[in-house]
Design a protein around this ligand. Structure first.
Ligand code: AMP
Length: 212
């Protein structure tokens, strides 16, 4: 099964993807996490991507699609995956459709999580991530048991560079899912829309029900 998670920055895609992956054993592929790994590792792709990420812009399709196609070509993605943060536009969606069609597969579900801007802003501001395992926390909605320490692996928690106020506003302006992307999946009759303002547990329950 292949699933795409759509939504504006801060809607909870990453957190919900981690929860769904834990509940279903689906492989979780986050293009944002992949880019951050490249930035951390100082690779050529990381250097190029960071020029865009640091300003709240999307990384160009050519780079993003190539990275994604390489990732889904690996053996662990043969049976399915859940994409978090990909696709962000119609050309990316079409590239994914074509790649999956080439192996007699398709996107089975598109889950769109939405929330109002004030909620998105406050969520992005309070987000903490484990440097070691990548688990996501929120200082109000989903705090770690001990501040600054990951519950799962005792790794150190950090805040993303692009969660700083100036960049957050740019991301919200530039990175809402385009209407044409939502329509792409609505037309294919695989779109489920979820109100992301509900509690974390309630959103997870709705998402799991949608893909059951
Ligand atoms: P995210 O963790 O999904 O918020 O992504 C972090 C940053 O990585 C974004 O602000 C973009 O700069 C970049 N990024 C992640 N996924 C994509 C994508 N599918 N297309 C273009 N840029 C992306």
């Amino acid at each position: 099964m292949f699933i795409v998670l759509l939504g504006p920055p801060g809607a909870g895609k990453g957190t919900q993807a981690q929860r769904i992956a834990a509940a279903t054993q689906l492989l979780h592929i986050s293009t944002g996490d992949m880019f951050r790994e490249h930035v951390k590792g100082g690779t050529e792709l990381g250097k190029q991507a960071n020029e865009y990420m640091s300003k709240g812009d999307l990384v160009p399709d050519a780079l993003t699609i190539q990275m994604l196609l390489e990732r889904i070509g690996r053996a662990d993605a043969a049976e399915g995956a859940m994409f978090d943060g990909f696709p962000r536009n119609v050309p990316q969606a079409e590239a994914l459709d074509a790649a999956l069609a080439g192996r007699a597969a398709k996107v089975d579900h598109a889950l769109l999580i939405s929330a109002p801007d004030d909620e998105l802003l406050s969520r992005l501001g309070g987000r903490w991530i484990c440097r070691n395992c990548g688990h996501l926390y929120h200082e109000r909605n989903d705090p770690p048991k001990k501040a600054g320490i990951c519950d799962l692996c005792t790794g150190e928690l950090y805040q993303r560079e692009d969660d700083r106020p100036g960049v957050v506003m740019a991301r919200l302006e530039k990175q809402k899912p385009p209407v044409a992307l939502i329509e792409h999946y609505r037309k294919a009759d695989i779109l489920s829309e979820i109100d992301g303002k509900q509690s974390l547990d309630a959103v997870t329950a709705v998402l799991l029900e949608a893909i059951k």
